[in-house]
Design a protein around this ligand. Structure first.
Ligand code: NI
Length: 400
């Protein structure tokens, strides 16, 4: 049984399938955006299109003078060739909704359908449909376009195959990690493969560097604070009998708090400099900063938990099982306004082994009703809190 009215549930399943069949990459979500706008207009909800490129913003009116509650969905797909065999599989070669953003969009549209029928909402509700989450750039672009102007709180969520359909996962603290990329360019001295004494071997220096980077997490960072340093690329050399004079390493760094994040990046620089000196090679480290960690503050996690309980009942509201080192650009919104990010169980029996970003990723569609019910509940509970704050009464009285 869906948790929301059957007709709304049926509509969001069908738009999810439509979006799934027509996935579009980051910043190219043109048909996606048009389908979302059509859906909103059919509800009588006015929306602004072409926000930050292909984004959409819609406002549902509520009590005057109260800051709005923002519900956010991401809308982009990935450059992956779908292999699920679903009847509504991607119609496009090499593009797939492999992270469930089609589902997130359908959930927020479901909430829109239910909220648009409500009279006297305690606060206005703003729906934002954000492009380019997979690039980590969409949230910032939307913020620059002003989507948080007049916002009091913001809520979002992600499908998760680790939890049963019907579950909502709410935790306080870090629920996604920061994500920064680094590149190390090594300049040594090329030489004949038979004359190593005439070289500064960039492959050997690079190899030492890769091994030394492994000691940052294992020997320098508090083991109780999760972090990752991974080298994903190592490029060097032109021929078997030529010692490479140059090499390039690049990788990613993940952390759940700002202090460890800085520590990881400064250790990479220190180790690179030292290994360069050890072998007389020049080391150039550059860092491309990505998304900050996503942190649910305790009182916002508490508010989200109340909404989750209202949607699915206490036994289906779970804490995060393990630290999650993936990144999510929702963290940029939380740097600006309070809010929380949850996860929606979407496990399909027999498909637990196909994670998000895999060609066989799938989720249980009953999660769409769960998400819509959650977003409806959180919009009302957060709205009451904002209204009470506006009226100067104690916020604690607004929780059920
Ligand atoms: Ni995602």
């Amino acid at each position: 049984m869906p948790l929301i009215r059957q007709d709304v549930y049926d509509r969001i399943v069908s738009i999810r399938r439509l979006l799934h069949r027509h996935p579009e990459l980051s910043n190219q979500e043109i048909q996606t955006s048009a389908a979302i706008a059509d859906f909103l207009r059919s509800l009588g909800v006015q929306c602004r299109t072409n926000v930050a490129g292909t984004g959409i913003v819609a406002d549902i009116p509520g009590a005057a003078g109260v800051p709005c509650v923002v519900l956010r969905a991401d809308i982009d797909a990935l450059p992956i060739h779908e292999e699920t065999g679903l009847e509504f599989s991607s119609a496009y070669d090499g593009v797939m909704h492999a992270c469930g953003h089609d589902g997130h969009t359908a959930m927020v549209l479901g909430a829109a359908a239910l909220l648009s029928e409500e009279k006297d909402l305690p606060a206005p509700v703003r729906l934002i449909f954000q492009p380019a989450e997979e690039k980590g750039t969409g949230a910032r672009a939307m913020i620059h376009a002003g989507v948080l102007d007049g916002a009091g709180m913001i809520f979002g969520g992600h499908l998760d195959r680790h939890y049963h359909p019907g579950a909502i996962v709410v935790s306080e603290g870090a629920v996604n990690a920061s994500s920064d990329n680094f590149t190390i360019e090594i300049v040594g001295q090329g030489a004949h493969g038979a004359r190593p004494h005439e070289s500064i071997d960039a492959v050997v220096v690079g190899s030492l560097m890769i091994m030394a980077l492994q000691t940052i997490v294992s020997r320098e960072v508090d083991p109780a604070r999760p972090s990752v340093v991974s080298v994903g690329q190592f490029q060097a050399g032109t021929a078997p009998n030529v010692i490479a004079g140059q090499a390039k390493l690049s990788g990613t760094v993940r952390a759940q708090d700002a202090i460890v994040r800085r520590q990881l990046l400064s250790s990479i620089r220190r180790i690179a400099e030292s290994i360069g000196q050890l072998h007389g090679a020049k080391m150039q480290v550059s860092v491309k900063e990505g998304t900050p960690p996503l942190i649910n503050l305790p009182d916002m996690a508490d508010l989200a938990r109340h909404a989750a309980i209202e949607a699915v009942g206490e036994t289906n509201v779970l804490p995060l099982k393990t630290a999650n080192m993936g990144a999510e650009d929702f963290s940029y919104y939380l740097e600006q306004v309070p809010g929380a990010y949850v996860r929606f169980g979407g496990q399909v029996p027999g498909k637990e082994g196909f994670p998000a970003h895999s060609s066989k990723f799938d989720f249980d569609e009953t999660a769409l009703g769960v998400g819509a019910a959650y977003f409806l509940a959180v919009a009302k509970i957060a709205g009451r809190r904002l209204r009470d704050q506006q009226n100067g009464s104690s916020p604690s009285t607004s929780l059920p």
